[in-house]
Design a protein. Structure first.
Length: 223
C-alpha cells in the first residue's frame, strides 16, 4: 500500500517536478555562464570570469524563487488536487491510517524538491571547483547560504499543503499558513549560530504544520 500511494503521488506530480528541475537547471546554467552560440556549440565561462560563484551573481535569488514556486506547486497539487478529484474520500477508506496516507504524500513531495534542488546546487559547485572555469577562489563553504534556502523550503511546502487543505475562504485566511511560514522562514535565515538554531527552528515549525495538517484532514468535510 505504501508503494502504491507513493507511485500514485509521483505520477501526479511528475510534470511539476520536471518543470521545476528544468527551471533549476537553467538557473544553474546561467550561474555557470553556459549558453549556446549561433553555431550551436555550448559555451561556458572561462578563466576571465571575475564573478565569485555563490558569492556574487544571481544564482541564490533565482534558486530561491524557483524553489518557492516548486514547493508551493507541489503542496497545492497534493492537497487541492485530491479535493477536486474526490481523492481523499477514496484514500481515507483504504486499509491504511490517515496519518500514513498524509505521511506518504509529504515524503514524496519533500523528496522530489530536495533532489531537484540538490542537483542544481551540486552542479554549480562542481563547476566552480573545476580549474579554469573562473578567475576567483572557491570553497564549498561558500555554498552554505544556498544550502540554507534548500533546507528551508520543505516548511514552505508544508505551509502550501496546509493552505490547500484548510476550508477557509481564499479571500480570507486560507493562505495564512503559507504567508506565515514564509515570514518565519525569512527570519530563521538570519538566526545566529544557524548551524544549530536553524535546523532546530525549521523542525519545530515543520512539526507544528504537520500536526495542523493531520488535524484539518480529520475534521474537514470532504463531501
Amino acid at each position: 500500500m505504501w508503494k502504491a500511494l507513493a507511485f500514485k503521488d509521483i505520477r501526479e506530480t511528475i510534470g511539476i517536478a520536471a518543470l521545476g528541475l528544468l527551471a533549476l537547471i537553467l538557473a544553474a546554467s546561467a550561474a555557470m555562464r553556459i549558453a549556446v552560440d549561433p553555431t550551436g556549440l555550448v559555451m561556458g565561462g572561462g578563466p576571465h570570469d571575475s564573478e565569485i560563484p555563490f558569492v556574487g551573481g544571481t544564482f541564490k535569488s533565482h534558486f530561491t524563487v524557483i524553489s518557492f514556486l516548486l514547493v508551493a506547486a507541489l503542496g497545492f497539487r497534493q492537497s487541492l488536487g485530491e479535493m477536486f478529484q474526490s481523492g481523499y474520500l477514496y484514500l481515507f477508506h483504504r486499509p491504511i491510517s490517515l496519518a500514513r496516507v498524509l505521511a506518504v504524500k509529504m515524503i514524496v513531495g519533500i523528496f522530489i524538491y530536495l533532489v531537484c534542488g540538490a542537483i542544481s546546487i551540486l552542479a554549480v559547485g562542481l563547476w566552480a571547483q573545476t580549474p579554469g572555469t573562473h578567475a576567483s577562489p572557491f570553497e564549498w563553504s561558500m555554498t552554505i547560504p544556498v544550502w540554507r534556502v534548500w533546507l528551508s523550503m520543505p516548511v514552505i511546502y508544508l505551509g502550501a499543503m496546509l493552505s490547500g487543505m484548510r476550508p477557509a475562504r481564499w479571500a480570507g485566511t486560507r493562505l495564512a499558513p503559507l504567508v506565515g511560514v514564509m515570514v518565519l522562514t525569512a527570519l530563521i535565515q538570519d538566526l545566529p549560530s544557524w548551524m544549530i538554531l536553524g535546523p532546530l527552528s525549521l523542525l519545530a515549525v515543520a512539526a507544528v504544520l504537520i500536526i495542523n495538517i493531520v488535524s484539518v484532514s480529520r475534521t474537514r468535510d470532504y463531501a
